[in-house]
Design a protein around this ligand. Structure first.
Ligand SMILES: Nc1ncnc2c1ncn2[C@@H]1O[C@H](COP(=O)(O)OP(=O)(O)O)[C@@H](O)[C@H]1O
Ligand SMILES: [Mg+2]
Length: 254
């Protein structure tokens, strides 16, 4: 056997179906996300991106299909096992979802207090380390309202990685941001992969951002991944719905 034998994917979604009443949101999703890569799930508003992501952390149960995370099928799991699997994930939500009444230090250290027995000194060191990874320092005592939008996103990432997750999920990280802040957040996502060696899943409808941060872009359309590949290849994928989506985007001048 060759030494180059391929590792199994960190996340593998197989033939995943999910409807809400008559709304058939996912109709046979197949998607593999390689360990240590950044995969962007690209799709229009309401196409089912967040629903797909919720299946990856077991917040939704599919009507049919398999979701393998780090070697385990999470679909049949009960809450206790799901809780354990969810510890492998860090989540960066739309908006930064920081607690406004808490300082940066309190926000980032929150999960450590809940889930570890570290001393205050160890917590302080860990918070400083995570803030440094996202490129921030000396802001522990500030409140979210005192930070720029981009800095808040970075604090949100520091908070998401404080328990050393294997996988980081970002739901629409650049939606609603101005172009400069969008660049700043894109850089953050690229740096996070390099520094943390994590697997990243980014949900986005922003084509320019997706192409910048992704190792692989997967295009979700009418319940299926209809095209996928590295940014440059995907751009030239002839799938008509993908090409239409790309043209609409570039026509908007974004
Ligand atoms: N818990 C739910 N109950 C019923 N319908 C839902 C639920 N969550 C999402 N949907 C529907 O699923 C579709 C996809 O939603 P979503 O995944 O949030 O889209 P997006 O791609 O914008 O993230 C939408 O039509 C939405 O109304
Ligand atoms: Mg969404």
């Amino acid at each position: 056997m060759s030494a180059e034998q391929k590792k199994p994917p960190m996340i593998s979604v197989q033939d995943l179906w999910k409807s809400f009443g008559d709304n058939h949101v996912l109709t046979g999703i197949d998607l593999d996300i390689e360990e240590g890569s950044t995969c962007v799930i690209l799709g229009g508003s309401g196409s089912g991106k967040t629903v797909l992501m919720k299946h990856m952390i077991g917040l939704l149960k599919p009507d049919r299909g398999t979701v393998i995370v780090d070697g385990e099928d999470i679909v049949p799991m009960d809450d206790r096992d799901l809780e354990r699997v969810r510890r492998k994930f860090g989540m960066v939500f739309q908006g930064a979802a920081l607690f406004d009444s808490m300082t940066v230090y309190e926000n980032v250290s929150f999960a450590l207090r809940e889930h570890s027995n570290l001393s205050e000194e160890e917590i302080r060191a860990k918070v400083r380390e995570k803030l440094a990874i996202v490129g921030l320092r000396d802001i522990e005592e500030r409140y979210p309202a005192e930070l720029s939008g981009g800095m808040r996103k970075r604090v949100g990432l520091a908070r998401a990685i404080v328990l050393d997750p294997k996988i980081v999920l970002y739901d629409e990280p650049t939606t609603g941001l101005d172009p400069i802040t969008t660049d700043y957040v894109d850089d953050m996502i690229v740096t996070a992969k390099a520094e943390l060696h994590v697997t990243q899943v980014v949900i986005s409808h922003d084509i320019a951002s997706s192409f910048k941060v992704a190792d692989k872009v997967a295009f979700l359309f009418k319940g299926k991944i209809v095209a996928e590949g590295p940014s440059q290849e995907l751009r030239h994928n002839p799938h008509p719905d993908l090409q239409h989506f790309l043209q609409m985007w570039f026509a908007k001048g974004e």
